[in-house]
Design a protein around this ligand. Structure first.
Ligand code: SF4
Length: 370
């Protein structure tokens, strides 16, 4: 398949690994920001190909994982109302709140629906005018344009019973927050290619220059990731700190300006609470005043946000790259995909789920395809 097969070739990957070994002279720590990249690294054993001087740190780029407990609690409260149809992507249903998850509300009779697009929720609102339909708007900048379009479509249709519970997050402020942590070891970043497809990478240029860290916009296939690491390490070795675009087949410096216009019409930048990481200034998107009637937090009286992480879960340390999932005492014992104690074990992009799937059994891990 074009744009896939040529980025999965074993010989190409091994040549990049050799080039990396020839380039590196001293230790470097590189963070892959996106959970999709983490899954590819763990699945294909990319970290096993790296020279010992290069350490990969898994980042917070899983939107399901970083959605604050307080917002899950609000989702649970909304979903439990008799007058509400609560729509969400499937991954969110099993993410624990402070005491329950959405799936348990559904099991108790709540009208909780798994949807594949926010427009499915708009359709549900048009079909059930006697109900309030709330869509759980979770995601990085990748999902924000579609969520903005759903609000615009609801407005166009004159729907008065559609709203978003907004959990949108933005990547650049999270990178700045990680770099400000005293224990941060990150020397360079692989930025998430899909986020930059929407947003471009101008915002990252200020971070690279201001913090002296190279940032390489990187795709999701093994050859993409190895190339991104190689470019990042080459910059570190040369003492450069610039933004490079490895994912030029999808990303431009300005990104998708039409998608950005839709976002800017509906959303404004707000502070956002990240699960395990606390409140990060200007790291979220909320509905603008002009679209307040589509804001579930405005339409309904909801519980105050409180941060209650399950006792054993160290997701904050995992999401900030301070610990690997298998360093969590609960990993694979108390915490499994069947009985998750934290969001990173639930999500398809969660680092703990990736380690459980591909690294629980070392024999199996080494047998992964390359
Ligand atoms: S293994 Fe489970 S309990 Fe441990 S950090 Fe991951 S999600 Fe939390």
């Amino acid at each position: 398949m074009k744009y896939v097969d040529e980025y999965r070739g074993r010989a190409h990957a091994q040549a990049l690994a050799r080039e990396l070994r020839a380039t590196v002279t001293r230790p470097h720590a590189v963070m892959e920001v996106c959970g999709g990249q983490t899954h590819a690294i763990v699945k294909y054993g990319i970290d096993a190909l790296l020279p010992p001087e290069v350490t990969l740190i898994h980042g917070p780029g899983c939107p399901v994982c970083v959605t604050g407990v307080g917002l899950i609690d609000k989702a649970v409260a909304l979903a439990g109302r008799e007058d509400v149809i609560f729509c969400s992507f499937g991954d969110m249903l099993r993410v624990p709140g402070s005491s329950r998850d959405l799936l348990s509300v559904k099991a108790a009779g709540g009208d909780v629906r798994m949807v594949y697009s926010p427009l499915d929720a708009v359709k549900a609102a048009a079909n059930a005018p006697e109900k309030e339909v709330v869509f759980f708007a979770v995601g990085f900048e990748t999902t924000a344009p579609a969520n903005a379009l759903a609000v615009l479509q609801a407005k166009r249709l004159g729907l008065k019973n559609f709203s978003l519970l907004c959990a949108q997050v933005r990547v650049p402020p999270a990178l700045e927050a990680l770099l400000a942590m005293p224990e941060c070891r990150v020397g360079g970043f692989l930025a998430a290619g899909h986020v930059c497809t929407v947003m471009g990478y101008r915002e990252y240029e200020a971070i690279a220059a201001g913090h002296g860290v190279p940032i390489v916009v990187t795709g999701f296939e093994p050859v993409d990731i190895l190339t991104g690491i190689l470019h990042c390490v080459a910059q570190l070795e040369a003492g450069r700190a610039e933004v490079e675009n490895q994912y030029a087949r999808s990303v431009t410096r300005d990104g998708n300006t039409r998608a950005q216009q839709s976002m800017a019409e509906v959303f404004s930048v707000v502070d956002r609470d990240w699960r395990g990481l606390g409140t990060i200034p200007r790291s979220g998107l909320g509905l603008k005043e002009a679209y307040r009637e589509y804001d579930a937090e405005h339409r309904f009286t909801l519980p105050e946000e409180q941060e209650h992480e399950a006792g054993v879960c160290i997701s904050g340390e995992v999401l900030s790259g301070l610990k690997k999932p298998n360093e969590c005492p609960a990993f694979g014992t108390q915490c499994t995909p069947e009985h998750p104690q934290g969001a990173p074990m639930v999500s398809g992009e969660g680092a703990c789920a990736a380690y459980y799937r591909y690294r629980r059994n070392p024999d199996r891990a080494s047998a992964q395809e390359s």
